[in-house]
Design a protein around this ligand. Sequence first.
Ligand code: SAH
Length: 249
Amino acid sequence: MGKGKVWLIGAGPGDPELLTLKAARVLGTADVVLVDDLVDRRVLGHARAGARIIEVGKRGGCKSTPQAFIEKLMVRFARRGAIVARLKGGDPFVFGRGGEEVEALKAAGVVFEVVSGVTAGIAAPAALGIPVTHRDAARGVTFLTGHARDGAEPNWQALRATGTTLVIYMGMKRVATLVAGMLEAGFPADTPACAIRNGTLETQAEVVTTLAALPGAAAAARLDSPAILVIGEVVSLARAAVVHMEAAA
Ligand code: SAH
């Protein structure tokens, strides 16, 4: 058997057409595919017939495969000479634990390569016509997790001072707490804000509203995970149709 290798591949935000050409090509060469549960199953259509597909979902609250076991599997298959595709939602290096997996591969001396993917924090707002940066409305963009490992809250005052759009991953369950923190730190209550669930998929649902109204609006629309929260002036650029839908709801 040839030398094994692990490809860390971003599968994009949801819509299977947002997969890169490289991801599709490399997937077609893999002997083993380790796939996360956020990855749309249509993406697996690019795997070759006979490839071994292993589901290693680890979504919050669901039955999950421990991270250490996933890392062991990658190393084991690669050492046996297999081409391993580690398929992750969005971009593998944006809140995807790709960094941890790369450390494990390095420690084990396994050859690896990364194929970037389209991240949900850019693609979900884009699906509503929201640019995460805009020369007139945001100095930049900050990607945050709403659910830090150490349980600490973000430094909202410092974030407010940056004048950047805030894009929050994994924030839906804690949206009320996050918004309370922002308001307390002086973010204006009428700052445009939105929540987008299943962005870029047929099942996409969203609320476009203001910061203060976001938790209530998201609850009323029964938006749950996986969702992206976007806070900032750029949200006012959401295409009109979406804003009207929300106003009518
Ligand atoms: N690596 C991924 C993020 C993994 S963390 C990426 O780059 O996109 C998982 C979080 O991503 C979810 O809790 C949610 O906040 C976000 N997410 C992933 N796919 C999404 C989608 N289609 N719509 C909205 N949010 C999504």
